[in-house]
Design a protein. Sequence first.
Length: 475
Amino acid sequence: MSNRISLFVPGRLCLFGEHSDWAGVNRTINPEIVPGCAIVTGVEQGIYGTAEKNDTFVVTSDLPEYEGRTFECEMDMMKLRAVAKEGGFFSYVAGVASYMSEWYRVGGIKLSIDRMTLPMKSGLSSSAAICVLVARAFNELYDLHLNTLGLMNIAYWGEQRTPSQCGRLDQACAFGVRPVSMIFDGNEIEVEEIAVKEPLHFVFADLNAGKDTVKILNDLNSAYPNAKNDKERAVHEALGPDNKKITDLARKYISEGDPQKLGELMVEAQELFDAKVAPMCPEELTSPVLHSVLNDANIKQFVYGSKGVGSQGDGTVQFLAKDADDQKKLMKYLEEERNMPAYPLTLQPDKDVSAKSMFSGDIYIFGAKSVAIGAIRAIKECYEDSHIKGCVVSSLEDNPKEVEGLKVEDLKEFAARFSDFERKEAKVLIATPIYVQGEICDTLKIFGFENILCVDSVMEEDLLHALYKKKILFP
């Protein structure tokens, strides 16, 4: 039986620092350019798929967006790269597959796109999400042990083989629904997660207008790598030192739990963009629809602040609502009064789940192989107050039906047994190889589980040490 895996990749929302990713790359030519800085998060909407090994590379879907189309190609780098270069509907997936074929010893995959909750062409990086989905499928099916940055790089270089010249922050969707700080210094990229202290209730909405992203990027890129006049120097200032100050403050306000100041900073960032960046492309960045929403008095009562999204223009707008109730009221207003599809994004503080609290009461183990077996044996032997109820896996294929006397369940079936409240309270210990734990944690959160703890190398050593000591294998 083939090993079929379930996958999910969210879209991404750039909270602060749009355009600074490609601007920072120009430091390879002009070192006086300030490194780009951005704060990015995955969103709750995304792309769902299933994948399995295959002799060829196949992408299929029954979704309306695919119009019944299926793509199939040999795992031949040159053929796949030619498809990517031509552009078109399947160019992104072909670009990533061509990169995998060129640099890794892998066969093909059959990928089915089962569900999409991410609005297309909205500045939320749907193209990057599908690229990360393909990279993740190869990684898991062929056991490549790539970390999140590795997946981001593959997705980026795969998309670079298409006519779409994406920036480096688009693939931040690989980190899941959590804010990250990104620094773009030439060809180097640094990523660090940001701890959320207080809930942040965002709303983003499709302006139902339209923009020419290619023109925006072409016009702004003409100011680089060397500014030739005052207008171009203003763009360098805005995307360089000005942007760094704003992103530093944004990170501070997120970490300290000050949503009001964060919202005010969104307004400041938009004013800076309008003053220094928009004049480079007035046809697209005057953005009359965007600004009519930003200045809507009916909206201001619900929010701390608002700004444009992605390349800016009349594409998508984002808001920071004052609380969960205002988040709902804002979405209702946007959809009913402004005819703009609206979506929620709530960034929650991570629960402080300690090993001490985890190893008491009922526990579920995510995993069914060597790491899980060691954890189960140690917990059973050393933690008398704990009760392991069972094991959970992404897919029952290529996994045992029972481990250490415990039933192994598919995640979807497992989650369906719980109410929303029970999922929030259930304790799940992820006992898998470290390189897949981040993806598993994101998936569990999407299903509504919050009490999650990962068995890292230190915890695994502590568990086994306690077990061996209990068994008197060593003092």
